[in-house]
Design a protein around this ligand. Sequence first.
Ligand SMILES: Nc1ncnc2c1ncn2[C@@H]1O[C@H](COP(=O)(O)OP(=O)(O)O)[C@@H](O)[C@H]1O
Ligand SMILES: [Mg+2]
Length: 383
Amino acid sequence: MTQKTEGGDVRLAGISKTYGSFTAVHPLDLTVPQGSFFALLGASGCGKTTTLRMIAGLEDPSTGTVSLGDTDVTHLPPYKRPVNTVFQSYALFPHLDISENVAFGLRRRGIKSVKKQVDDMLDLVQLGQFAKRKPHQLSGGQQQRVAVARALINHPQVLLLDEPLGALDLKLRRQMQLELKRIQTEVGITFVHVTHDQEEAMTMADQVAVMNGGRVEQLGAPADLYENPKTTFVANFLGTSNLIEAEVASTTSDVVTVTCGGAKLKLPNARCQAQTATGDKLLVGVRPEKVSIAHADDADSIPDGRNRITGRITASSFIGVSTQFIVDSPACADFDVYVQNIERDSRLAPGAEVVLHWNPEHTFGLDADQAIDAGVQSVEDAS
Ligand SMILES: Nc1ncnc2c1ncn2[C@@H]1O[C@H](COP(=O)(O)OP(=O)(O)O)[C@@H](O)[C@H]1O
Ligand SMILES: [Mg+2]
């Protein structure tokens, strides 16, 4: 269709925010495609809320512009932007019933016949039978769905969500993630969702921008970010990566061979984010679920052509669907391996000598000139 669509992409151009001498958001260029579910992901304090508030007009950018489609909205006040925000604290009006909470935006604009629209919205969030209840008579997840309905009834072009599920317990949060995704698909409005939870971002979003220290570190579809992290921060923040300090032994246009702790590993040249001349340092990465573990007695049965590392199991935990092993090896002190529980080998217990092996294609290379543990989440962050 060549017809000009209403709304359009959200475009941030050189947008930044400083508070005194502190830069909360460094100049940022970002395009959120119209109709997409977009996540801003990062640890607490990395500038997610500030970025969202600049889109909403609740915060003046220090530099740069915010556009919706072809319209520069940088200097429009929040209420003149076709944007609504849902916060973690849903702040429903306690004395109004659910339907009046949802009707609020329409009433404020002087619209009298609201019933059909309110009913449609309550159906959308599957709360039709609760229309006459008061907020305190609903669960946290239901209240958050009311907050979403209350925002969507204004037909914004963009819905901004700032950690909207942060107050919910894990199981409810999982349900609400799928529910929000369904709602977004149904209404087709652009959602920009802020979260510090990497699983949440990957579950819901078409595109994820990983933020770190006021900058977007990497942008992409969830599977692409997961499989092809460009920095140690992204490799460690999204799931778990085994990163090994290695040295390049030889390079062809296809394959890089490295040495580390006595082992020789191969990886595709195309998956290296750094120089790969002989002698260069390289951080070599592989995800825990890509790795197989064999008891040392069975080492002869491992097919040729696999990357292999020997070590000893230091810990194993049975998680139900998988068993997670930690292996101490000369190449890497705590190598994580996740094995699906199909046939369990009782010899694979702490103390056992093992060989880890994986397809070289599943190996990636990162610039060694960065902190190997950037983005590793500490116990305190996990709350
Ligand atoms: N009004 C403000 N004055 C000074 N510093 C602020 C202000 N708002 C936010 N910050 C700082 O900016 C950084 C980013 O904050 P924020 O965008 O809220 O992060 P996030 O939402 O990712 O947790 C934080 O270090 C925060 O302390
Ligand atoms: Mg925040």
